[in-house]
Ligand binder design. Structure first.
Ligand code: GLP
Length: 261
């Protein structure tokens, strides 16, 4: 079972997750971070940047792999995930840009971009901690409902729901790309630790399905139930659909001090 941690707000979630990542980087200076985009992980990235600066943590050797990218946006488009990762993660943390990878969503060479990305993750020794958000339909990365649990990085078609959800970042819904390239559920499950964050009532059903629903490709987030070390950090609103909430609170409150996140 994933460990469920209910916190008061996004800032508390960000600080908690950031502490665990700072510890990882201290232990493993060339740690491999799995980087999610979307609005959910922003509080974590802000907290991480603050902790890295305050504690003078050397992040020059930290490596990173983004989860996904839109296909076909012009290079440098501000909403490309390459641009978002640069703006929200690489620059504020002071990471080494050449060590941070994003799937190649340019149309040129798109046929082998997925296989290339898988090879790069394997060559790096795999992802130490994979940060995840979750879509309202349960998608993680851009693995929409129906994605195979064995899937690897590949080109996918976004659902209309996801295009609607992401339209807020573009002038109109029609400007949201139709295709994306995303790590697969199989890729994500190979990461050594999953940290899934979710906030707000709009995510309550997706979180409940991922944590307590049946393990089914119809709810890609439910893949986390197959992972031996998954942590789900949620606010009260996102936790509101969970049946066993009292137990999760009890277990976290009584967690042995030596156990880390
Ligand atoms: C996007 C991203 C996902 C993200 C999800 C939720 O489409 N590809 O990685 O987890 O949707 O986004 P948000 O965090 O903005 O709610």
């Amino acid at each position: 079972m994933a460990e469920i941690v209910v916190v008061s707000d996004q800032q508390a979630a960000g600080e908690l997750a950031a502490e665990s990542i700072v510890e990882l980087i201290r232990r493993t200076p060339d740690a491999v971070l799995g980087l999610a985009t979307g609005s959910t992980p922003l509080a974590l990235y802000r907290a991480l940047a603050a902790q890295v600066a305050a504690q003078d943590v050397d992040v020059s050797r930290v490596r990173g792999f983004a989860l996904d990218e839109y296909v076909g946006l012009p290079e440098g488009h501000p909403e490309s995930y390459r641009a978002v990762i640069t703006r929200e993660v690489v620059e504020p943390l002071g990471l080494t840009p050449s060590l941070i990878h994003v799937p190649n969503g340019s149309s040129e060479g798109i046929e082998h971009a997925g296989a290339d990305y898988e090879a790069a993750i394997l060559a790096a020794g795999g992802v130490d901690v994979q940060i995840l958000g979750i879509g309202t339909d349960g998608h993680i990365g851009f693995n929409e409902p129906g994605s195979s649990f064995a899937s690897v990085t590949r080109v996918k078609t976004l659902t209309e729901q996801t295009r609607r959800d992401n339209a807020r970042f573009f002038p109109t819904e029609a400007d949201v790309p139709m295709h994306c390239i995303t790590q697969g559920l199989g890729t994500i499950l190979r990461a050594r630790h999953l940290v899934l964050l979710a906030f707000g009532e709009g995510k309550a059903a997706a979180v409940a399905g991922a944590v307590e629903g049946p393990v089914t490709a119809s709810n890609p987030g439910s893949a986390i139930q197959l992972h031996p070390h998954a942590t789900v950090i949620v606010d009260e609103a996102a936790a509101s659909g969970l049946h066993n909430l009292d137990y999760y609170r009890y277990a976290y409150a009584n967690k042995p001090a030596w156990q880390k996140l």
